[in-house]
Ligand binder design. Structure first.
Ligand SMILES: [Zn+2]
Length: 79
């Protein structure tokens, strides 16, 4: 069974979340089927690198938006 590009990204995102929760210790690459563990200094392949970067960037943006909302709320309370 071959995954669509979207399913591959979803798969990586799910595995990253599992690692962050501590439920998993490895991310199996949907592109080259290698297993990525934290001890590895580099990711298995360029496709995986781009996907991880895109997912982390998305998370970072959401974190920025959350922090901005907190600041706006605090300012709101001061007025
Ligand atoms: Zn790979």
């Amino acid at each position: 069974v071959s995954l669509t590009p979207k399913q591959k990204i979803d798969s990586v995102e799910r595995q990253i979340n599992e690692c962050m929760r501590g439920d998993s210790k490895e991310i199996v690459c949907p592109y080259c089927k290698s297993s990525n563990v934290p001890e590895n200094k580099a990711l298995c392949c360029a496709d995986m690198g781009l996907t991880v970067l895109a997912i982390l960037r998305k998370d970072a943006q959401q974190e920025c938006l959350r922090q901005a909302a907190v600041v706006f709320e605090a300012v709101d309370r001061m007025n």
